[in-house]
Design a protein around this ligand. Structure first.
Ligand SMILES: Cc1cc2nc3c(=O)[nH]c(=O)nc-3n(C[C@H](O)[C@H](O)[C@H](O)COP(=O)(O)O)c2cc1C
Length: 364
């Protein structure tokens, strides 16, 4: 209520990117105050609920709802986001070298569609800067995934080197890693999802993960985040290649380039569309992956989750965890308590004692 009635009208009058910086800065400062994290937890935290806790990738997730990549691109507000009811968060997408991203404006609200369009283009301060931030932040209360990408100026033939550099720099500081080859805003990035480019990239990435594991002694998981704009046969090939490469899981999905069913005048802006219009397509992709892998490859569901039912549909389609971005912009941090309480009720209603029993329950 606090967010929808007071903060949202204020933020929604501002330029979307300026509002974004204000939120990140505010969270960063609040968490740094004495007692700041405890106050955030009191206002927005979720209760411990054993039926919603997930153990996966050798990590403990106290609740299955996480923060998706792209909001905290530079890992500036990890303490803040960890205290407002998320079970995990992604930072990034980070690239080896810092880069400015695309020209502004590059983020658009489409309130009548409960959606956003962005063409940010991996604006970030680079892997070294993120490593320093995560090092300084010290111990964390939730798992933090580092989402990695390639610089805009790196040709696709050399993309694997960029992903390897990010892993080399950030391995000690991430709890798990996400290979982002699905952003529509870096020219040609999505072609890394197909054909021999995908198997080569994943072989290189896995090799680097093994090297870093050997050096540090700590085994960490690597996931691949995929786009929703693929045909059934492309998806089948991608999932096969990902599974064969020994990757630990899939995040489905990133934003879409489709513009189906939009009413807002901003609908024709170039970029990736997130929020409600993406919801059903990403759930379909989750089902297809779960069916193809017979539930053997963990899936994190992303795309258009606003309500407990939206999250539950993705879990029943095969997601072990889910994550949100656009709902946080439209609903504020209160959304986490609603999702948490609602998921608990939905599990109970359907006679599931634990969330793991619901994973894939809708897939024949
Ligand atoms: C402004 C914005 C920036 C994003 N940046 C990234 C990014 O850097 N890396 C990434 O993997 N996904 C990025 N995403 C995609 C989100 O992580 C998420 O997968 C997508 O928005 C679908 O979830 P949602 O409908 O809950 O927002 C971004 C999304 C938005 C709206």
């Amino acid at each position: 209520m606090l967010y929808r009635n007071f903060a949202k009208p204020f933020f929604f009058k501002m330029d979307p990117e300026a509002a974004h910086h204000l939120v990140i800065g505010g969270l960063q400062k609040s968490a740094a105050l004495p007692g700041g994290k405890a106050s955030l937890r009191m206002m927005y935290g979720v209760p411990e609920s054993p039926e919603l806790a997930v153990d996966l990738f050798g990590l403990h997730f106290h609740t299955p709802v996480g923060l998706a990549a792209g909001l905290d691109k530079n890992a500036q507000a990890v303490g803040g986001f960890s205290s407002i009811g998320f079970g995990f968060m992604e930072v990034g997408t980070v690239t080896p070298k810092g880069q400015p991203g695309n020209e502004q404006p590059r983020l658009f609200r489409l309130p009548s569609d409960e959606a956003l369009i962005n063409r940010m283009g991996f604006n970030n301060e680079g892997a070294d800067s993120m490593a320093n931030r995560l090092k300084k932040a010290g111990r964390r209360s939730i798992p933090v995934a580092v989402n990695i990408g390639k610089n805009k100026t790196t040709p696709n033939e050399d993309a694997h080197e960029d992903y390897r550099k990010c892993i080399r720099t950030l391995y000690p500081y991430g709890d798990f890693f996400v290979v982002n080859i699905s952003s529509p805003n870096t020219p040609d990035l999505r072609s890394l999802q197909h054909g021999s480019e995908l198997s080569r990239l994943l072989t290189e990435v896995k090799e680097e993960m093994e090297i870093q594991r050997g050096k540090s002694g700590a085994k960490k998981s690597i996931l691949v985040k995929i786009a929703p704009d693929v045909s059934a046969s492309e998806l089948e090939y991608m999932v096969n290649t990902i599974a064969e490469a020994g990757v630990d899981g899939i995040i489905a999905t990133n934003t879409t380039i489709s513009r189906n069913g939009l009413s807002h005048e901003r609908a024709s802006e170039t970029g990736g569309l997130s929020g409600k219009p993406l919801r059903d397509r990403s759930t379909e992709i989750i089902s297809a992956i779960y069916r193809q892998t017979r539930g053997q490859l963990p899936i994190i569901g992303s795309g258009g989750i606003f309500t407990p039912q939206d999250a539950y549909d993705k879990i029943k389609a095969g997601a072990s965890l889910v994550e949100i971005y656009t709902a946080l912009i439209y609903e504020g941090p209160e959304v986490n308590r609603r999702l948490h309480a609602g998921l608990r009720n939905l599990l109970r209603r359907d006679g599931f004692r634990h969330i793991s029993e619901a994973v894939g329950a809708d897939v024949q």
